[in-house]
Ligand binder design. Structure first.
Ligand code: AMP
Length: 402
């Protein structure tokens, strides 16, 4: 069975085609600048040269049509016909309280995703465009939706409620949902495998540190707390997002700087974090380069980023009454030796014995970066959200056929 995984954004769309028998990737790619006359499609078929094309792609239906044309192209393609795409899996950011796991798309599911537009106005509408575009281009092909929030639905009320009037929760579902769930679930399962210990017996802190960043406390395989909240703005300091701050800053800054709600929201989501403090970049590579060159603002930005992450790890150790392993994943977590080192060297009180040499080796591989015998193990596990989406899609579609 071949499964096409789609991550549709408002002006871009990423795809990966999996052959599920051996979980190999047949092709992957992305369409950027959807809505423009100069949209770019980048197609990477396995074992063949990459293709870059610029053409007019004004909406998602055309974007999906172009992706299918690439996949079945006589030269760049990897399939002989569209009929070889057996199912499509979509990443959907917000599943609210309605979706605790992945589901096959039907009318009721689409209605519910639309009802959740309010909670993820930038993401869910774009995902719906992706789902409709597949319906139009591949009528009858089963589609599955995999939610970023689903894995965190196991959190207890103690962790997911905010201490504000309950009417906000009852009437408007104001609560912590958490995000990056697909990644936290994947790396926690891989960590248990790597350690050769049953997931049910482990206390893990998983740190998904990319452009967006979140930590999760995973007890016995279930998420019991996570740093992102009702939206992906809460928690850790990120590339351009502030993470945690005193909510009173919002009305105060609005008054002092004469900002509208949308301006203050844009400030906290797009103009804060590493970018704001360093004044250089939201990209950790550039921050590290600048701090190595002695830039004070880059050093401060890095120190704040690291400090806030370390505090969350400490908090989750308290939440679970201990930790067996800390897992680093995503762009920064997998690649920044300096961040892992700075965080872990100051977690010796928890029983972390950090292995500096191991930290510098094996980029791209699952590995242990704590010393043998360390009370708390530290692992680097490359995440693979697309594979989880493909697996869930495959399983649900197989179940339906059986
Ligand atoms: P992601 O959102 O998981 O794709 O992560 C993207 C981020 O990973 C980029 O914005 C970079 O800040 C970070 N990143 C990628 N490579 C490195 C590296 N070698 N060192 C530090 N950060 C990196």
């Amino acid at each position: 069975m071949n499964v096409l995984v789609i991550n549709a954004g408002s002006s871009s769309l990423k795809y990966q085609l999996f052959q599920m028998q051996d979980e190999s990737v047949l092709a992957k790619g992305r369409v950027e600048r959807i809505g423009m006359e100069t949209a770019i499609i980048t197609h990477e078929p396995t074992g063949k040269p990459d293709v870059h094309e610029v053409s007019e792609i004004l909406e998602h239906t055309t974007a999906i049509r172009r992706v299918i044309e690439m996949l079945v192209h006589p030269v760049h393609g990897v399939l002989t016909s569209t009929a070889q795409i057996d199912a499509v899996g979509h990443r959907v950011v917000h599943g609210g309280e309605s979706f605790k796991q992945s589901v096959i798309v039907d009318e009721a599911v689409k209605k519910e995703i639309k009802r959740l537009f309010d909670l993820a106005p930038l993401h869910n509408p774009a995902h719906m465009l992706g789902i409709s575009a597949v319906e139009i281009n591949m009528p009858g092909v089963p589609q599955v939706v995999v939610f970023d929030t689903a894995f965190h639905q196991s959190m207890p009320a103690t962790a997911y409620l905010y201490p504000v009037p309950m009417a906000l929760y009852r009437k408007h579902k104001v609560r912590r949902y958490g995000f990056h769930g697909t990644s936290h679930k994947y790396v926690s399962e891989r960590a248990a495998d790597f350690l050769g210990r049953p997931l049910e017996h482990l206390k893990l802190v998983t740190c998904h540190i990319g452009n967006g960043a979140s930590c999760a406390a995973i007890l016995g395989g279930l998420s019991v707390d996570t740093s992102m909240g009702m939206t992906p703005l809460e928690g850790l300091m990120m590339g351009t997002r502030s993470g945690d701050l005193d909510p009173a800053i919002v009305p105060y800054a609005m008054g002092k700087e004469d900002l509208t709600l949308s301006e203050v929201s844009s400030m906290l989501n797009k103009h804060s974090g590493l970018q704001a403090i360093s004044g250089i970049s939201s990209d950790m590579r550039e921050i590290v380069e600048a701090l190595e060159a002695g830039d004070k603002n880059a050093t401060l930005a890095f120190d704040m980023y690291e400090y806030r992450l370390r505090k969350y790890i400490g908090a989750y150790a308290a939440a679970m009454n201990g930790i067996d392993a800390i897992v680093f994943t995503a762009g920064v977590g997998e690649n920044s030796e300096l961040l892992r080192k700075t965080v872990c060297q100051q977690l010796s009180f928890l029983g972390v014995e950090f292995d500096e040499e191991a930290n510098q080796k094996g980029r791209g591989l699952e590995r242990r970066i704590s010393k043998a015998g360390s009370k708390v193990e530290v692992l680097v596990i490359p995440t693979n959200e697309e594979l989880v989406i493909a697996r869930d899609t495959y399983e649900l579609v197989q179940e339906k056929v059986d």
